[in-house]
Design a protein around this ligand. Structure first.
Ligand code: GLN
Length: 202
């Protein structure tokens, strides 16, 4: 069974651990560089990307994590995790660190200040079994991607979606997966199943 770490500096760590275990992986929180070396893949949870960025530096995890990602460690980021994995962030804090594992630009808090949360059913490429109910909480969206990034889902073009209509909200680049929404909060395990499969295949 693959052993997957969940970056446990801040955010909804427990929910990801439970989701991964339900998908047949062994899951452990990661707070130290040494723990990072013991896992086959890493999840970066939802939370607050600016806080996680600061803690990554304070816990001496920023460079080790970048190193493992460069060497091909599979990673999955939800929401704040997606922001951290991106190469560039718009509306971020100027001193916020990027892991740069996804060749794309994300916009932080993109759904608007008034819009704390937003829910929508999405068709996700490569995920069978019908639409996925997606929950967005002060979520980013992907502003643009380089050709190496595969778009897995967009917000459907419905009137309710407003400015978010058509925006990219799930991506994959090689062994790195990211969603602007939080499957760890809905009980739909298909995104985690996909990631556990990616880690197992490597
Ligand atoms: N707005 C948060 C950030 O900037 C992300 C919110 C979330 O992860 N639910 O990191």
């Amino acid at each position: 069974e693959p052993h997957i770490g969940v970056l446990a500096l801040q955010g909804d760590v427990r929910e990801h651990v439970v989701a991964l275990e339900e998908c047949g992986a062994r899951a452990s929180p990661v707070r130290r560089p040494g723990e990072l070396s013991t896992v086959d893949g890493i999840v970066i949870p939802g939370g607050e990307s600016t806080t996680m960025s600061r803690l990554l530096e304070a816990f001496d995890l920023l460079e080790p994590l970048r190193g493992h990602l460069t060497e091909g460690m599979p990673a999955y980021g939800s929401c704040a995790g997606m922001i951290l994995l991106a190469g560039k962030v718009l509306d971020g804090r100027p001193d916020q660190h990027q892991l740069g594992a996804l060749d794309m630009i994300v916009r932080r808090n993109a759904f608007g200040r008034q819009v704390d949360s937003f829910e929508e059913d999405l068709d996700v490429t490569g995920v069978g079994g019908g639409p996925m109910h997606a929950v967005f909480i002060r979520a980013p969206w992907v502003e643009s991607v380089e050709p190496a990034v595969e778009v897995l889902a967009r917000v459907p073009e419905t009137p309710a979606a407003g400015r978010a209509a058509g925006r990219i909200v799930a991506v994959r680049q090689g062994s790195v997966l990211a969603t602007a929404f939080h499957p760890e909060l809905t009980g739909d395990r298909r995104m985690h199943e996909l990631f556990v499969g990616m880690v197992g295949a490597r």
